[in-house]
Design a protein around this ligand. Sequence first.
Ligand SMILES: Cc1cc2nc3c(=O)[nH]c(=O)nc-3n(C[C@H](O)[C@H](O)[C@H](O)COP(=O)(O)O)c2cc1C
Length: 262
Amino acid sequence: MNKKVNLLYFSATDNTSCVVKSIASSISDKVNEYNITLERNRVESLNFTENDLVIIGVPVYAGRVPKFLVEYFNKIKGMNTAAVFVVTYGNRDYEDALLELKDTFEKNGFIGIAGAVFIGEHSYTSLLAENRPNANDLKIAEEFGFKIKTKLASIDDINNINKLKVPGNLPYVIKKKSLPPMAPEANDNCLQCKICYENCPTEAIDLYDCRNTDATKCIKCCRCINQCPVKAKNFNHPEFDNIKNMLINNFSNVSNNPETYL
Ligand SMILES: Cc1cc2nc3c(=O)[nH]c(=O)nc-3n(C[C@H](O)[C@H](O)[C@H](O)COP(=O)(O)O)c2cc1C
């Protein structure tokens, strides 16, 4: 099966984008990219056909697909379109995220042919999975890409393939506790360079004073903290510190491995 290869990903701190690009590099040297990290790139409806392969990647937020993406995902339609589902998580757990990603797209005309879970440095602290995905993770991603290519070549009729199975619970587990609205604050290093304003995935940062962020829009993705050239931004909130400390105490000494499903 010769398909047009497409990448569709949200990636606030670039872990997911590295992984999906490595997977795609083994399948084709011509890849169509839909980077939906910024809000202005999550407006148009997208339609794919049976001639497409779409590799879809998101980070895990609270064990699930980031909530704010689900509405947009319902504007993306397939027509017996082959799909690969990929999530990256920060070494705690990915719970129902991969299953939810697969369910969301399969009910909109996509047929899952593969799925994968990779580990990325936790957005909240580099003490969890520091510098991952690392060279070994990306090698596994490339090998996974080759396996997808082989599988695609062996498919005569996509409607007749075995249904893809991935881990997760049905119904999805609902988390009881989530962080209250909050946003990163800027210290005196802030140069008002507007890099954070231009790169915020939910347009939560004030154009005229980029030290100010609307806490009700902030998704706590840490992209502004990550991209600030003078390290001016940080969360200063006791509940954020509690979660960060819990993560460090429980998950900084374990090292999880990528998982692939074909
Ligand atoms: C709001 C939020 C919630 C997160 N929830 C989880 C989680 O439930 N489990 C986990 O292991 N990592 C969690 N993480 C860490 C990210 O999944 C991880 O760092 C991911 O690789 C980030 O991908 P990106 O660089 O493509 O944005 C969370 C990060 C954020 C910002």
